[in-house]
Design a protein. Structure first.
Length: 358
């Protein structure tokens, strides 16, 4: 680990030097700044660790050379404190140097789809969209609606897709993919019976415009159609909605939220690129290892990951056996405790994996 830390510290010095160059272009600046941000915490923690070891060595020298009882006692006390601090620093450095997910710095395309449960599932899809939007706003992230299909008879969504832009978005939300189940009394239920419905959530890393996904125009079948809606002033009278079919993969993307066909096409291409990126990365990961020990669950959309029980005010994440009785707050975006617990579990599993390799 310490050879790796020395290499990281050396790279940090190189980055600092390159960032001071006057001929640095915008692309290089962005790339170097991201790399610096990724390792600055490791470098600072390593500096603290080395200082602690230097201080302990100095205290040991004092203990060996000093004859004054009081000074020897102070030296022993300082050595004890520094030994504990060094152990804590080593644990912190182990976590900081764990393999990073290359997508952690990316923005996210979040897709919510109503599953089993009819109109109640559509309402729950809207609730989940609101939950993630509120959490994003609290985190200082920007949210943009890319596409949505409203339910025909409720204020819910059959499907909604949003783009979330900000710092470390994918690293925070990447374990949200899966089936989210809700247990509650629907608004339309006259006898007070509890129903169970479900929605699927997909978290896709946003593809970079240039580097990530190359799409050949001949592989696309692009069509237009008239937007559907609930009626009133927002009904389109032109064929502004866009449907894109990527023929090699069979992926189909539709966007009809904008009045402009060009804007709808741009948004649909953004979603298509991210779905293709996610597919490509998933296939690469599966080729490397069929058993992903570092994942919190498999991420398969058929897997039930969480239950929202409204009568009990309970939120349960089944992957880590976490239950919180603060459902109302969670639905308003207060989900940091859940995300932190998932992140900690993920780090622990990665650490076990690294120790097994050692």
């Amino acid at each position: 680990m310490f050879d790796k830390l020395e290499a990281i510290a050396l790279r940090f010095v190189e980055i600092e030097s390159q960032l001071s160059r006057s001929d640095l272009d915008g692309k290089e600046l962005t790339k170097l700044s991201k790399e610096r941000a990724n390792i600055v915490d490791i470098v600072e923690a390593y500096k603290v660790y080395k200082k602690q070891k230097e201080d302990r060595d100095a205290a040991k020298e004092m203990l060996d050379s000093e004859t004054d009882p009081d000074l020897r006692s102070m030296a022993r006390e300082e050595i004890d404190q520094l030994d504990k601090a060094i152990i804590a620093s080593e644990k912190e450095l182990q976590i900081l140097t764990l393999p990073r997910d290359p997508n952690d710095d990316r923005n996210v395309i979040l897709e919510v789809r109503a599953g089993t449960g009819g109109e109640e599932a559509s309402l729950f899809a809207a609730d989940l969209l609101r939950m993630y939007t509120r959490y994003s706003e609290k985190s200082g992230w920007k949210v943009e609606l890319l596409s949505s299909t409203e339910s025909s008879s409720t204020s819910g969504y059959k499907e909604a897709i949003i783009l979330i832009k900000g710092n470390q978005v994918f690293s925070k939300l990447k374990f949200e993919s899966g089936v989210h189940r809700v247990q509650r009394v629907p608004q339309t239920e006259t006898q007070g019976r509890i129903h169970t419905s479900a929605c699927t959530v997909a978290i896709l890393p946003e593809a970079d415009e240039v580097d990530d996904v190359k799409i050949d125009a001949k592989d696309l079948d692009i069509g237009t159609f008239r937007s559907s809606g609930a009626g009133g002033q927002h009904v389109n009278t032109t064929d502004s909605a866009v449907r894109i079919v990527h023929k090699p993969s069979g992926i189909v993307v539709e966007c009809q939220d904008e009045r402009s066909q060009i804007k709808n096409r741009d948004k649909a291409m953004k979603v298509l690129k991210s779905r293709l990126l996610e597919k490509m990365q998933r296939e690469q990961a599966d080729a490397i290892s069929a058993d992903r020990k570092s994942q919190v669950g498999s991420g398969d959309r058929s897997e039930r990951i969480r239950t929202y029980n409204f009568p009990q005010g309970r939120l349960t994440d089944h992957r880590i056996n976490l239950t919180l009785y603060k459902l109302d707050a969670a639905m308003e975006g207060d989900i940091q405790e859940v995300l932190d617990a998932l992140g900690s579990y993920h780090q622990t599993e990665l650490l076990k994996q690294e120790l097994e390799k050692a």
